[in-house]
Ligand binder design. Structure first.
Ligand code: C2O
Length: 342
């Protein structure tokens, strides 16, 4: 049976390793969950690459983020609660419905892509609502393109609400990121870029077929999340960016370097829109082979999020398979790694 949306009123305070620090990441309890109703969008918004944003787009994004951070802490749309939504789904705050001994985990398995697509969708809707712009578009950090292989400048600006202190403050532009990052190693920039492109090819093509290898292992009600494996993109470039942004002086490389805290950094959301974009890119690379999974246990899996009106909404994986049906697509950018077969 599919993994079901948790009962949000049964969120228990999780703890985090290695020192079992209790985490207060249970989102506020609200009643009356509604089911998401798909509707045909009237307009398709185009999410821009962060490094191509216009001044006006940057100002809107900053203003919306500022307003989100200014909401009262107990508003489920507030920045802190948006981070909690993520934390609760990755640090055993919820049990699987019907399996009190098993945690609900949305990493290292096939829930990774749909869960994060939905989270970015609602995050974007909330930001748009806060600035009174239903057409607001989240940017994506285009880290698979040489022009996007640094921390986007909008996050490095200390006067911006997009800035975050708990990061590796040495990894700012023009330092080139490392898509296989574990620890800092020295390479000339061009060599680093070439390596990054090869990594992209490997995890988007070579290791991303059959589809289950791209999405991550099957994970259904009653499965122990310790026994599953991440999909190719989740495993390497996605995790590498988390660790590259996180602060090496924190016990678990907080904030981006640890699952529970990564949503505290505004860059998390811009990182994940690119992960989301790569889902689309992968489908288009080879439409005959690269297809969404058809297993009903994947299609019917469900999650809970808060929408722009602070209403808890139950969503299903099957309703997020086409970004265009959620009203957005990504700016078309060159994909140089397609030509970098190792
Ligand atoms: Cu839910 Cu990039 O992690």
């Amino acid at each position: 049976a599919p993994i079901q949306a948790p009962n949000i009123n049964q969120c228990s305070l999780p703890t985090t390793q290695p020192n079992d620090v209790p985490l207060d990441c249970c989102p506020p309890v609200l009643s009356d969950v509604v089911d998401f109703v798909p509707k045909t969008p009237t307009r398709i918004r185009v999410r821009p690459a962060a490094h191509n944003m216009t001044k006006e787009q940057i100002e809107k994004y900053e203003e919306a983020t500022r307003l989100m951070k200014a909401l009262p802490d107990d508003d489920p749309r507030s920045f802190i609660q948006q981070s909690n939504v993520h934390c609760a789904y990755c640090d055993a705050a919820y049990d699987q419905v019907g399996f009190p001994d098993l945690e609900l985990q949305i990493h290292n398995n096939w829930l990774f892509f749909p869960f994060h697509r939905w989270q970015m969708y609602f995050y974007e809707q909330i930001l748009g609502k806060l600035i009174g712009d239903k057409d607001f578009e989240m940017p994506f950090w285009n880290w698979d393109h040489p022009n996007g292989m640094t921390m986007p400048a909008i996050f490095a600006n200390k006067n911006s609400p997009l800035f975050h202190q708990k990061r590796d403050q040495r990894h700012v532009p023009p330092v080139i990121l490392d898509l296989n990052f574990e620890a800092d190693t020295e390479f000339p920039d061009q060599e680093r870029i070439d390596k990054n492109l090869t990594i992209m090819y490997k995890y988007m093509v070579t290791n991303a077929y059959p589809p289950i290898k791209f999405f991550g292992s099957k994970y259904v009600a009653g499965d122990d999340s310790e026994n599953t494996e991440a999909g190719s993109v989740e495993m390497v470039p996605h995790s590498a960016i988390h660790n590259w942004v996180g602060d090496p002086d924190q016990p678990q490389q907080e904030d981006m370097g640890a699952l529970y805290s990564s949503g505290n950094d505004p860059a998390f959301y811009c990182h994940h829109t690119n992960v989301d974009r790569l889902w689309d890119v992968w489908m288009k690379l080879d439409p005959k082979r690269n297809k969404n999974l058809t297993d009903p246990d994947w299609l019917e899996s469900s999650f809970l999020f808060y929408n722009e009106d602070a209403v808890p909404v139950r969503v299903k994986t099957k309703d997020c398979l086409e970004a265009s049906l959620l009203g957005y697509r990504y700016e078309n950018v060159d994909i140089p790694w397609m030509a970098t077969k190792p």
